[in-house]
Ligand binder design. Structure first.
Ligand code: SF4
Length: 578
């Protein structure tokens, strides 16, 4: 397999392809190749919104070849945190990159006018996007579907107005229902005047040992569809966690003032499924189909004129725009998700920013003159919809501050104790205990998905673990996810890809690795990412933990600053950091 990187310069309009066999041999692909390319392309201190800041999209050796190896990783300098930006998306992108023959795409520079990139195999064109600049992310997809070739093997990724206007947590919509949601990739697109990227390909993928390939493929496929992975993610989907975490007192509610939501049943996954579920979809190459789409019916005129909007939902948006804002209806949450989809905002950051603003207003840190009379109050869906639109259009200093993230807004207006960010990234929907907090602090992208601290807390709630054991688990996950994310599989199916299955599937495409080599790779990838983070100013000894985490009882009971500090001390020691 020839392993190539496509380089595109938006300033000059030029592009070229380079074989980078050594890069992929040493770093596998996906996140391993992504971080090395970022180090090559992004000098220390680069402004994340400058032409010099690169966008790197990369896949791994199994994408498009084995089931559930469906993701693409974007690596960039985050406009939100100022350090490592890393985000994963499914859809058809990894398949389209595979068929176009590019394992990584590096985008440099800034176009002189709104543009989009069109890639078909090795042909790259930079096209005028003036007529779609300012248009919402969904309509942009509809327009490009009409204009571009490659149906069936094509992926369309695009930003909405939030990315164009450089909201620091703007995302990139991928094939309508998937996203590069976190850490502001949409703003990086916007800063390059890059509205979209369309990619398709016709290349053939050879596997060296067809018989072995078939055997391993069938084994992985069967494991995916015959184990509880299928039941867990396909049936109700991740939103099944709303009821579970609510009962266990781990569901953040009203900006983490509470850890359970008395109205939780009304916004449970079961309720969404019963009343709004319209269909389920899959990323290309996945037999599970966890993408749940709701039909949201809304009146647009008198005399019973309705439109039906299709809105995807899962656990995180229901937490961030639901329980976290005290929203008591599934329909209200779908309306707020829909605003984020159209404008291209990351739902998690947007929800946390609004919940901080609601509390800041209640406490008198801001007034209605800042909110421009928008009623930011728990459960006020109309008010929150207007506030989301204002974050994008930024009509005054207050909304400009909200567009920079909750850490920045709280620095300016006060309320840091309840500004729910860790490592400057708005937090995910788990108030499960110390491993979740520490996991997001130490994680390379400050995400719950870096090391699943929330899951370690839940295990510890059943069978107590001391801080050292929890840290060991975090480190093990940090490292092993580095390997899996260099493949780049869907984390929902990480149980399918055991070490043995990874070795076998790599063997079937001609890559020979031992268990020790994989473990070493995971550790090296983690270290390279930390090297970049530290270079850009991240310092684990100066991270902020919002006091609210210690005030509200979690699923594991009260968390104390001493426990968190002890775990951080053990973590640094085990990593060999002073
Ligand atoms: S489990 Fe869901 S997110 Fe993962 S690849 Fe399948 S459809 Fe996509």
């Amino acid at each position: 397999m020839l392993r190539k990187v496509l380089y595109i310069d938006l300033t000059s309009g030029e592009s070229f392809i380079q074989e980078r066999q050594e890069l992929f041999e040493d770093w596998m692909g996906g996140t391993g190749a992504g971080i090395k390319l970022l180090q090559e392309e992004c000098p220390s201190g680069t402004d994340p919104l400058s032409p010099e800041a690169p966008i790197i999209l990369s896949i791994g050796p199994l994408n498009g070849i084995f089931p559930v190896a469906t993701k693409t990783v974007a690596t960039f300098k985050s406009p939100l945190t100022g350090e490592l930006g890393e985000s994963y998306a499914g859809g058809r992108l990894s398949l389209a990159m595979r068929f176009a023959g590019h394992e990584a795409i590096v985008i440099r520079g800034r176009a002189d006018r709104p543009s989009y990139i069109s890639i078909n195999d090795s042909k790259v064109e930079i096209k005028d996007a003036t007529s779609i600049w300012g248009i919402d992310a969904q309509t942009t997809g509809v327009v490009l579907r009409e204009h571009e070739t490659g149906v069936g093997r094509r992926s369309i990724i695009r930003i909405g107005p939030a990315g164009e206007r450089l909201v620091r947590y703007a995302g990139v919509v991928v094939d309508t229902y998937r996203h590069f949601g976190r850490l502001g990739l949409g703003a990086t697109f916007g800063s390059k005047r890059l509205k979209a990227l369309v990619i398709s390909g016709t290349e053939h993928v050879d596997v060296p040992d067809a018989r072995r390939y078939k055997e391993v493929y069938n084994r992985l496929y069967k494991t995916a569809v015959q184990t509880d992975v299928m039941e867990k993610y396909h049936d109700i989907g991740t939103s099944v966690n709303i009821n579970v975490l609510n009962w266990l007192k781990g569901l953040p509610t009203k900006n983490f003032i509470l850890s359970s939501f008395p109205e939780g049943e009304k916004i449970s996954g079961e309720m969404f499924a019963e009343k709004y579920l319209f269909r389920r979809l899959s990323c290309a190459g996945c037999p599970i189909g966890c993408v749940h789409i709701a039909a949201l019916k809304s009146a647009f005129s008198t005399h019973h004129e309705f439109e039906v909007r299709k809105v995807s939902y899962d656990y995180e948006p229901i937490y961030s725009l639901g329980s976290n804002l005290g929203v008591e209806s599934a329909e209200g949450i779908l309306q707020l998700i829909d605003v984020c989809e159209r404008t291209g905002l990351d739902v998690m950051s947007a929800g946390v920013v609004l919940s901080w603003a609601t509390e800041a207003l209640e406490k008198g840190l801001i007034t209605t003159s800042e909110t421009l009379d928008v009623p930011m109050q728990w459960n006020n869906v109309e008010g929150y919809s207007r506030a989301l639109e204002n974050i994008v259009t930024a009509p005054n200093e207050f909304y400009q501050a909200l567009a920079r993230g909750v850490d920045y807004a709280a620095e300016k207006y006060g309320g840091r104790d309840f500004a729910m960010a860790l490592g400057k990234n708005e937090v995910s929907g788990y108030h499960t205990g110390p491993a979740s907090i520490v996991g997001q602090l130490v994680g390379v992208r400050h995400s719950h998905l870096d090391n699943a601290g929330y899951s370690i807390d839940q295990k510890a709630a059943k069978k107590p673990m001391d801080p050292e054991r929890m840290v060991d688990e975090l480190i093990r996950e940090d490292n092993s996810r580095g390997v899996f994310n260099s493949l780049v599989g869907c984390l929902f199916a990480r149980g399918v890809y055991t070490e043995e299955n990874i070795i076998d599937s790599l063997g079937a495409v001609g890559i020979v690795k031992t268990g020790e080599e994989l473990q070493d790779l995971g550790k090296r990838i983690f270290e390279e990412k930390y090297k970049f983070k530290v270079q850009e100013g991240f310092d684990l000894s100066h991270v902020r933990v919002p006091k609210r985490f210690y005030e509200t009882v979690s699923l594991s009971g009260s968390v104390t600053p001493e426990t968190v500090e002890e775990m951080l001390r053990i973590y640094r020691k085990k990593r060999g950091w002073s």
